[in-house]
Design a protein around this ligand. Structure first.
Ligand SMILES: Nc1ncnc2c1ncn2[C@@H]1O[C@H](COP(=O)(O)OP(=O)(O)OP(=O)(O)O)[C@@H](O)[C@H]1O
Length: 262
């Protein structure tokens, strides 16, 4: 058994000559809550899809708890769950039937399934809607039922792509608390997010990706030290590293021009 829940070695994705992900090396420990940040188009989804066996890498490998996901996909996939930013559900299944289906795929025993499904549905305030077809669910409800499905079989590593987009503040808080709890119990969570405040308070470690390249990696304390900016927020560090400060300056300039013109 590997000491790492997730190990990525020289993982790379090319589309023709375009390098969507430059060779990436990264390890994430058991029980770690890892935040993966980057601006639009930076390569977050590409990376997560390769780590979860949904997109074939151009080179390199992703290893889940010692199992290479491209060499032993079934063994590796038993250990993970993935919730994409736009979850694909089965519209003609009810929420409960969807969970039953997931439980059957992961061979969760019937009684354990019932107890866990009820607990998760209660947690995300979906119990009273569980008998309705998922096609009638709102975007946030679809995301929540997908999260319930992902948590059902207690994965070793949970991958979440932008999980809080579409969730109301209460559900987002429930999710944050629940992720912290399962990490404390030994689950590893790899979460991509644009919401920097979430990453700052929630994640043990953060990686920042820009133009397909990992440009910063560490705890908040380490990132502040690397940037030589004591007291900096993750937003300050992110904007500085990803060039967002130029965008802010440009916006300020535009606002000034508009004020001058009026
Ligand atoms: N099938 C594809 N063919 C060509 N280029 C692609 C393909 N899929 C993704 N890309 C490119 O790879 C880059 C990384 O995309 P990716 O979806 O991983 O970004 P992201 O960080 O998840 O962005 P966002 O935050 O907007 O979701 C982008 O420039 C994107 O246009």
């Amino acid at each position: 058994m590997s000491e790492f829940a997730l190990e990525v070695q020289n993982l790379q994705k090319k589309y023709g000559k375009f390098e969507a992900l430059k060779p990436l090396n990264l390890t994430v420990k058991k029980g770690e809550l890892f935040g993966f940040l980057g601006p639009n188009g930076a390569g977050k989804t590409t990376t997560i899809k390769m780590m979860t066996g949904l997109l074939e890498p151009s080179s390199g490998k992703a290893v889940i708890g010692g199992t290479n996901i491209w060499i032993s996909p079934i063994e590796a996939k038993k250990k993970i769950a993935y919730v994409p930013d736009q979850p694909n559900l089965y519209p003609k299944l009810t929420g409960w039937e969807f969970l039953e289906f997931i439980a059957s795929v992961y061979q969760v025993p019937a009684e354990e399934f019932r107890q866990r499904a009820e607990k998760l549905l209660n947690l995300f305030d979906l119990k009273h809607r569980a008998d309705e077809l998922t096609e009638g669910y709102s975007h946030g409800m679809k995301q929540k039922i997908a999260l319930c499905g992902a948590l059902l079989h207690k994965p070793d590593v949970l991958f979440l792509d932008e999980p809080t987009v579409g969730l109301d503040p209460k559900s987002a808080k429930v999710l944050k608390n629940y992720l912290r709890k399962i990490c404390d119990e030994g689950t590893t969570v790899f979460v991509s997010t644009h919401i920097l405040e979430i990453a700052e308070v929630m994640c043990d470690r953060v990686g920042i990706i820009l133009g397909g390249e990992l440009i910063a990696l560490g705890t908040m304390k380490e990132l502040r030290e690397q940037g030589g900016r004591e007291g900096a927020t993750l937003e300050d560090i992110f904007l500085e590293l990803t060039g967002g400060e130029e965008g802010e300056a440009l916006m300020a300039e535009i606002s000034k021009d508009e004020d001058d013109a009026s």
